[in-house]
Design a protein around this ligand. Structure first.
Ligand code: SF4
Ligand code: SF4
Length: 103
């Protein structure tokens, strides 16, 4: 069988659903926060890595030099933090974020 040379370039990537269907609401317990000091594309100013973008099951992370997470749709599953090779993503308790915002 001939080897498929395009295989390495293929990607499977999901996107948030339209309307309110995929919105998270207020039930997320943990919020992923990206540290730009540790994030490869942000540090190098190069389009590199993006493991978080690839692995997020909800497709809510942008493929930009500092990736941005859409918290309207992020479910807080923590997969992005697990897959980040530099530990740039920390899962922070939502209650702590809310308390900080209310200060
Ligand atoms: S996986 Fe980590 S280092 Fe890579 S782009 Fe995402 S936050 Fe940055
Ligand atoms: S916590 Fe889960 S849903 Fe939220 S950005 Fe990370 S991988 Fe995507």
């Amino acid at each position: 069988m001939e080897k498929d040379k395009t295989f390495a370039n293929r990607k499977s990537h999901s996107e948030p659903g339209p309307g309110d269907g995929g919105r998270t609401g207020s039930w997320r317990v943990l919020r992923p926060v990206i540290d730009p000091e540790k994030c490869i594309p942000a540090k190098t100013n190069k389009k590199a890595c993006f493991s978080c973008w690839i692995f997020c099951p909800d497709g809510v992370i942008t493929k930009t030099k500092l990736p941005v997470i859409d918290y309207e749709y992020c479910k807080g599953c923590g997969i992005c933090a697990e897959e980040c090779p530099t530990g740039a993503i920390t899962m922070v308790e939502e209650t702590l974020v809310i308390m900080e915002e209310e200060k």
